[in-house]
Ligand binder design. Structure first.
Ligand SMILES: Nc1ncnc2c1ncn2[C@@H]1O[C@H](COP(=O)(O)OP(=O)(O)OP(=O)(O)O)[C@@H](O)[C@H]1O
Length: 311
């Protein structure tokens, strides 16, 4: 039995119309399925928690964007009991981009119904407020400028307008320029635990953002950590610091090709646990979904991995 989680609101309303093309195929192929439509923010988490708390195996199929994937992850009671299928219809789709999932909903559905490859993927775990609060992430979590863009995108009318023109990705470019102008860089102290159980602390001045990535892309195709691999058992960190704003304007387009790594001021590290302390409270996101301002976050890997239909 397939359980479909449909965010009708994804890409400003595309979700509902895509479902209308998916459902006839399921009926025609006599697929056993149930469907849940999300009605409000974080509803997907609640639905998935209720579904998976029976501790049976489940195949969950998400029709939405990275934000819906994030909400679904945070509802799963035991990752090892779930197989995830994904029909990417969001604005940024960074999770799908790295796995190479088809952007054509009917092709993606065909793969989900007849999979030839299931990948076991790492899941990231963010904790904050002295580990009292936690959120899983599929793609990345970040503190600073990248999260400020996500915070702004949630309230942006620009996103709705550009999504209607099928140019949703441009939302992030427009908002990035705006945030770059207003956000001031800060100092950060970052402790990284490596795979070999060594721990090192680094201090950075004038940091625009620090992002811990499980996949290579965030922000709608920026390959911030070109070596990130969601199957390697480690997380990748990027810190962007000590760069004049005009240089960041030049750097950002190069990040679409992973060429930003050659700029002085880009720091890349890998590890299994990161403690990040910022001089000031900054916006935080997981998979593009905003979390209130934080000064201290910790990022690590969830103890269990998730099976994802990839081909
Ligand atoms: N019925 C609903 N009405 C309003 N918002 C909803 C509804 N269902 C889910 N949401 C919210 O929609 C937000 C965005 O969803 P999603 O990530 O699927 O699409 P997107 O923003 O277009 O894509 P991306 O995250 O890839 O940019 C999530 O924060 C989710 O909580």
């Amino acid at each position: 039995m397939y359980s479909f989680l449909v965010n009708p609101h994804s890409r400003s309303g595309l979700g509902a119309s895509v479902w209308k093309t998916i459902e006839p195929v399921l009926k025609e192929q006599q697929v056993e399925y149930q469907v849940f439509f999300t009605q409000y923010q974080r509803h997907a988490t609640r639905i998935v928690h209720d579904l998976t708390k029976d501790l049976n195996t489940h195949t969950l199929v998400v029709l939405g964007g990275d934000g819906t994937i994030n909400e679904v992850l945070n509802g799963i009671v035991d990752f090892s009991l779930v197989t995830l299928g994904y029909i990417p219809i969001g604005s940024s789709n960074d999770f799908a981009r790295d796995i190479g999932l088809s952007a054509d909903p009917l092709k993606a559905l065909e793969i989900i119904l007849h999979p030839s490859q299931i990948q076991t993927m790492d899941v990231g775990l963010l904790t904050y407020r002295d580990r009292q609060k936690r959120r899983y992430f599929a793609v990345s979590t970040g503190l600073g400028f990248d999260a400020a863009i996500c915070h702004q995108a949630v309230v942006s009318r620009l996103k709705v307008f550009l999504n209607k023109l099928k140019l949703g990705k441009l939302t992030y470019v427009g908002i990035a320029l705006n945030r770059l102008f207003y956000n001031q860089p800060v100092s950060m102290k970052i402790t990284v635990d490596s795979e070999e159980n060594t721990s090192q602390t680094f201090s950075y001045e004038k940091v625009y953002f620090a992002a811990v990535m499980n996949h290579r892309y965030e922000g709608g195709g920026c390959m911030f950590c070109p070596k990130a691999d969601a199957t390697d058992g480690v997380l990748d960190l990027i810190v962007v610091s000590r760069l004049p704003k005009w240089k960041i304007l030049i750097l950002l387009p190069t990040a679409f090709f992973g060429k930003h790594v050659y700029f002085k001021g880009i720091h890349l590290l890998t590890g299994t646990h990161f403690s990040i302390h910022s001089e000031k409270a900054l916006p935080v996101h997981t998979d593009g979904e905003p979390i209130f301002l934080q000064k201290d976050i910790e990022v690590t890997l969830a103890p269990k991995r998730l099976s994802v239909i990839s081909k």
